[in-house]
Structure formats: C-alpha cells, structure tokens
Design a protein around this ligand. Sequence first.
Ligand SMILES: [Mg+2]
Length: 415
Amino acid sequence: MTCNRRRFLQGTLAGGGLALTAGVSSTAADNARVTTEALDRAAEAPVLDTRGLTSPIVMESIELLRAGNEHFVRVRSKDGAEGVSVTNSRADYLYPIFNQLVAPYFVGKDARRLESHLFEVYRFRSNYKLQGLALWCPVAWVEFALLDMLGRVAGKSIGQLLGGVVRRRVPVYIASGRRDTTPQEEVAYLQRLVAESGAKAVKFRVGGRMSRNADAMPGRTEALIPLARKALGPTIDIHADANSSYDPPRAIEVGRMLEEIGAVYFEEPCPFDHLEDTRRVTDALKIPVAGGEQEFSQRRFRWMIANRGVDIVQPDLQYYGGLIRSTRVARMAAVAGMPTTVHISGGFGFVYMLHFASCTPDVGMYQEYKLGVSKYRSWFDSPLDVRDGRMTVPTGPGVGIKDIGALLQDARPVK
Ligand SMILES: [Mg+2]
C-alpha cells in the first residue's frame, strides 16, 4: 500500500464525509504480519467445529434433485440424518460433473471429516484438472448440504459450526445488475430498488463487461457516476462493478470518478485473472478495489492478499467451493487487515452469504443482495427479512430450512 493510500484510508476512517472505505483498516502492523507463512498458517487452521458430533455420520446418498426451476442437493446418512442445499442455476449444465465426479466421492465417507474431503474430492478421478467454477460449484452444493446435515445433528446453525456467530443482522447493498439502461433509466431503477428493499446502499455496473474498455453505451459510465450521487443523495452508499472491463489507465480514470463521489469500493476493474493489472489499479487509487469472484485458487488469493492486489477479497461462496474454503480466504485476509465481502450466485445464495457473514469478523460494510427474499420466506421459521437495510441471519439448525420433506415433496432426481 502506498503512503498516499494509507493516509486516505486513515483519514476517511477518522473523519466524516460521504461513504467511507469499506471497513478497510490495514495498518503497518498488519503489513508486517503478512508473510506467506502467516497466511498459510491462517488458511490451514481448522474451520469446522465438530465438538458434540461424537460418532461417525456416514453418507449413504447424495442426490441432485429438481423441483420447478430450483435445483437441490439432498444428503442422507446411514443413520437417517438429512441435509439439503439449494444450488445456483449452473446446475442446469454442471449436473454431469456433480453426478459423475463429485457426489460419488462422498458416498460412504464420514461427514465430520468434511474439511479433508474438500482436498480429497479435488484429487478424486483427477478432478483437479477441471478446477474452476465447473468443479467447485458442485463441491459447494455438497458442502452446503453436509453443513446443513451436521448442523441438524449437532443442533447448531452453520455459523456456530464454522467458528461461532459474531453477528445476527447483516447490512446489505442492493445490486442493479443492468447495463441495458441509460444513465437516467439506471438511477430511476436504483431509486426503485432502494425504495423496495429499504437498503441503504447500492451497486451499479460500469463499463461494458469484459469489454476491453468499451462502454455498454457511449458515455454511459461518465454520466452515470455523478448522476447516481446526485439522484441518490449523500446518505446512500454507492458501489460500482466493472466486471473486468478495463485496462489499468481506463480503470484508474473511472476509479477517480468513483473517488469523487465517495464510493465504497470499485469492483473487478480489470480482467479478473490479470492480477498484476488489478494491482496497478489498487496501487494508484485511494478508493478500495475489490475482486476475486471468479477466483478458484487459494494460492492466487494468497498472492492477492500478500501483494495487496486488491483491498477487499470477494470469493463467491459457490464458485469457490463453499463456506469452509471461503472462510480460509477470510482468515488469510484478516492477517492483512483486509475485509472479505463474498460474491453471491443463485437466487438462494444470499442465505449462504448470511451464514458466512454471521461468523466472519470482518466482512466489510455491506453484503450483496439482489432482491428475492420473499420467494424463500416460507421455507424458514425464523424471520428472513430486510429491515432498515439489514437482513437477519436464519437461526434454526444448519441452514435453517424448517421442513426438508415438505420442500422436496415434488422434487425429482436429475440424471
Ligand atoms: Mg462483480
């Protein structure tokens, strides 16, 4: 981190102004601690708390099911324990990988050894050759279902299984996800989202998505950034996502515009796998740079953290292979004083985000939310709501779904 950058972060954390930094609080002491060895130690420490799970929980079946347009994974143990997960929409085409390369590994294994299974399934049938979200999404779906099952057996929520609950309410930003709008249409849409959700923060898209500097429409980004601040006013916090649109010079120009309006962070300015270019942008800007949603390698996250390639790491809970692997990233980031603000995929994905945020000390200022809570409310006993810009973490055992049998009564196996 450059001196300028550190001064900015300290200044914004100390003072008022618009949206400050996303909880980025790296200090000289943090920087001194960030050795490869320290990051490895943080990543290798056990995550899953198996206390109270005294006898083996041997997996008997792991099935991918479909009901309507949702996919589910149901796991059952030989003793009749059960767990469920809800997948993102990539199950539509990743189901052969799930059925042939991931689920078979887990059958007959003890679910309490989940942490070591995450490495063994990567070796199984040379799955490591496929590593990327096509492999790690199916692994995440099994992991979520196993954590649900273990939580039901132990009477603990997922957060309690993964190190202990540190918060029960989670501030969210509402994500627009659009590029088909003019700047005027986009701010009107953002205002509608804020009114509908009660969120105190938004995220909109800039650039053209993996577009070699081209904008979604000419002049959209430069007009949208100041217009959004003007229309939303000083109290709504703003995030912007470039989805890999820019080279460093253009990313730095856009980042300066975001600094002007006091944005919280600038996400994925450069092609996501171009770590050196992303780092150049991070070095040049005062505003925090966030990234990592397509990342699937712990070693590359380690590089990003050790070299301050970004200021905020963003593993996707499904693309990156689940809550335990993402917690390992968060623990590395914590060594460097960096927040972990996960990316979420899938309509139900925000529920896993809530559990992650429940047990991760530094998740930054806001977590992502894309509307749709009402669709899932009846699945839970505890309130699943957005109120005053914050969502409530489900409190039941496992993921908190009250009745797996009722949920899956019309579900059919996907072969
Ligand atoms: Mg993004």
